[in-house]
Design a protein. Structure first.
Length: 162
């Protein structure tokens, strides 16, 4: 037996003013997308914005359903829409933000496991790393280069070929 340690890295910013213009703008699009989220059950509203290589910005938000597994996260709404409308255009980055009805979201919002796997597939499809920009309502902002830094042991297509 041997113990293996995995290391991830990310950048942490104290305020939105520290971000470059592109990242700041994308995060603002994600924040605006929160307003039209449909989250009557959790009251946790999430917005996502995807920047495509052609400069287009696609937004999405969480869409809940009383039959719990039938809903979908903001990140997947945005990524799937981008893929359906611009199938040959790589995704450069995705920004995620959230707001809750009953408490302040003061820490960066991180994608669920399903969204991480969809992001990994997007990276694999276009052979480029995604830039993830994550923030709550306020507080610190985390930026991660590449899904491998939030999903180090991701499922890969090569596993299907064995």
């Amino acid at each position: 037996m041997k113990k293996i340690n995995l290391t991830i890295s990310f950048q942490e910013y104290d305020s939105i003013e520290e971000l470059n213009i592109e990242d700041r703008s994308l995060l603002e699009y994600a924040r605006k997308a929160i307003k039209s989220a449909y989250a009557p059950y959790s009251t946790y509203h999430v917005g996502a914005a995807v920047l495509l290589d052609n400069g287009k910005i696609i937004t999405g938000n969480n869409q809940e359903n009383v039959a719990y597994p039938s809903g979908i996260c903001a990140e997947r709404v945005a990524l799937f829409y981008a893929s359906s409308q611009y199938p040959d255009v790589p995704v450069k980055s995705i920004a995620i933000s959230a707001k809750a009805r009953d408490f302040n979201v003061n820490t960066p919002v991180t994608p669920c496991g399903s969204c991480r796997q969809v992001m990994a597939e997007t990276e694999n499809r276009f052979q480029n790393n995604l830039r993830l920009i994550m923030r709550g309502e306020n507080g610190k902002i985390n930026i991660i280069e590449g899904v491998k830094n939030i999903l180090p042991l991701m499922f890969r297509a090569e596993e299907l070929k064995k």
